[in-house]
Every structure is written in C-alpha cells, then in structure tokens.
Design a protein around this ligand. Sequence first.
Ligand code: TXA
Ligand code: MG
Length: 345
Amino acid sequence: MRQEKGSKIFNKNELGRAAKLLQQGKLVAFPTETVYGLGANALDGQAVRAIFSAKGRPADNPLIVHIANRDDIEKLTANPLSEVAEKLIAEFWPGPLTLVVNKSEQVPEITTGGLETVAVRMPDHKLARELINRAGVPLAAPSANLSGKPSPTVAEHVITDLAGEIAGVVDGGRTGIGVESTVLDLSDHPPTLLRPGGVTYEQLQEVLDVVEIDPAVRAKVNQESQGAISPGMKYKHYAPDAEVILVEGAAGDVANKINELVATEDNVGIMASEEYQASYQHGLVKVMGSRSDLDEIGANIFKLLRDFDKLKVAKIFIEGLPETGLGLAIMNRLRKSAGYQIINV
Ligand code: TXA
Ligand code: MG
C-alpha cells in the first residue's frame, strides 16, 4: 500500500482493506472495464453525498449503481424485470451496459439525483466485482475524475484529480475500453439510448426490436447551455486545461485542415489517427490508434487529453472519426471535450 496526500493506493491483494473503508462510508476509487469509478455504498446517503462533494458534481446528476451479481439488481428496482431487461442482461452482463429502471425504496434519492429511476450496471472487471462482493453492498460510482475533466483510465489520473479528497484507489492498471458504459433507459417504451458507450448501438439493435437514440447523443451544439451566457463553458465535460478543437469530415480533408490551422500556431498538440500521423508538418503529434481499430482509439482518447495537459500545450486539434460502432461514443465524448468547438470540412 502506497500513500499519496492522505489517499491510499491499494494493489490487487489489498481489496479487503479497501472494502472495509467502503463499509465505513468512505470513498474508494476502483477500476472497471471502461474507466475508474469513485465508489461509495449506494444505499448510504451520507457516503453518496461525499462523492458529489469530492468531485464537485451537481447534485441533480444521478449516479450509476454497480453490482457484482446479476440478481442483485432485483433489490434495487421497484418492478420485476421486463423481458427486454432480462434479454439485455443475458446478452451483455457483465459488461459496459447500464440499465435505467424504476428504483426501489432502498435506493436513496441522493444516489439517483432525485429521480424515481436508478441506473444499474455489472462491470466486467474482476477487481471491481470482488471489491463489491467484499464490501457486501452495491457501489454508487461515477467516473473518478473531478467534474468536467476527462474520465480516468489509470489510477494516477484519479490521484491527480482527487488525492486528499478520497480514502483511496485500487490500482488495476489501465482500463480496457476507455470510454464509459452505454446508458439505456428501460423505464419507458421504447428503450432509449441516453449515452453511447462500450456496448454499441448496432449491438443493441441486434437484440432489441426497437431502440431509440436520444437526440443529445449526436448533438453538435451544447444543448444544456443553449441560451446561457457563455455556451460551451457553463457545463464542461471531458475538458482538459488546453482548448480543444475537433475537425470533422472525410479523413484526408480533416488532416489537410488541421495542417492549415496549426501552421500559424505555437505550442499545439494534434490527436491523429495512425494513418495520418505522418502528414502533419507542425505541432506535437500523438497517435490515437488506427481508424480501422476504434477499440484502440477509445482506449486512448482520455489519456491523451491528460498527457497533453502535462505537456502544457495551449490547444489540442483532434481528427474526427466515423460514428459507426464505438465511434458513436468516441465522437460524443470528443465533441463534449471540445466544448462543441467543431470545424466541419
Ligand atoms: O462506465 C461507466 O459507466 C463508469 C464506470 C465507473 O462504471 N461510470 C460513469 O458514471 O460513467 P458517470 O457518473 O460519470 O456517468 C453516469 C451517467 C451520467 O450521464 C448520468 O446522468 C447517467 O449515467 N444516469 C445515471 N443515473 C441515471 C438515471 N436514473 N436516469 C438517467 N440517466 C442516469
Ligand atoms: Mg463521468
């Protein structure tokens, strides 16, 4: 066990100590297959309140409740599971699919941001499930970053944002998927995709007769702050310190446009695909991955945004990608991290 500004760093053999802290109402971050989560006993209102204050998260933004065993969802929901829910669970759990269902009385309102529904997921990560099992309670866990910052994909990101604010973090190395879980609302018909993530829209379509996509998923403007004084600034998400500019369009045109834009800039970073990395004549280039491997790109984007902050670049230019498969989730996150500063070519 190491120590960083009052927060402990647990290795995989120290889960018992981490679980004990959770039982005492403390905050412990842990790895999942998507990103690191900031865990607390989901049924303990006091403990959950501490999550909101550590992250600086608005109280009306509900948390996902993480369980270790499929049947544990039953205590959290008011109604018996629908056939659709059963089907999705059989197909995708454990995994990066969060289901929104009507909540039972056991779930405090603070956990659900005052909503009558609760979001539940069973992570596909051994350490996460073992921690939940040892704690013996479901864990409310938002991504373990300061509100507004990119989600953490290594324990070090959690420490950077939250050291001193949390009891500890379980270090499980790099997370595999790198973008968060898909959030699917089953509390009404038809099932509606609220947040694209690790389980793709196409995968959901294979299992469901109908699935709608909430318009916010593909939004290219900040819907939350329309009419606000400073659009794109009031509600920041996934934002590094540097200014982010996302360039969308056909791959070759995008690379040309970025080259044109960086020509007159000093101190800029470029998040490039493997295919186009060599075409940039100026700026600090970091490779997201191959355009033919969106899984690789998904695993890298949040880390690269944070790496560029460490290098103190003033601006980050990012190549837009197709919205198929995991691309829908990746583009949703990149648009937000750019504060919707998007250039279409
Ligand atoms: O992959 C993930 O989902 C990660 C890991 C740690 O599990 N967690 C995560 O949590 O991304 P967070 O809090 O960063 O995002 C949760 C999302 C938010 O967009 C929130 O508004 C939505 O889920 N959500 C939670 N409960 C909801 C509910 N009852 N109804 C609608 N949306 C809900
Ligand atoms: Mg988050």
